[in-house]
Design a protein around this ligand. Sequence first.
Ligand SMILES: [Zn+2]
Length: 125
Amino acid sequence: MKSAFQIVAGVALFALFQAGCSDSPKEAPSTKPPSTSQVDNDAAEREAAFAKLSSEDRNLAEEQGFCAVTSEPLGSMGPPLKLLVNDTAVFVCCKGCEKKALANPDKTLAKVAELQTKVKSNRGH
Ligand SMILES: [Zn+2]
């Protein structure tokens, strides 16, 4: 009687131990979507992205406001990338835009000037 109980208890414990053991090893990094894009978070996201820049770059990026290639808001795809186009600091939204911006410096600089004007006039109102 007693020994039978012990066996049952032992098996139960063993089963528990096994269950606990198979569950605990590092949970596979669950395939979270990179960012469940909450539209409300855009401003905060941009703020965080801009915070990664030096204060000087940040001012420049804020003056430009938008990607020199796609016109997407800077910071919407992570920290803006700073480029030098004919010795002028220019910001683009992502690596993909870097090549395009450098491939056509005149167009890029014209676009930046246009964006800066737009941002300034938006602030004025
Ligand atoms: Zn881009």
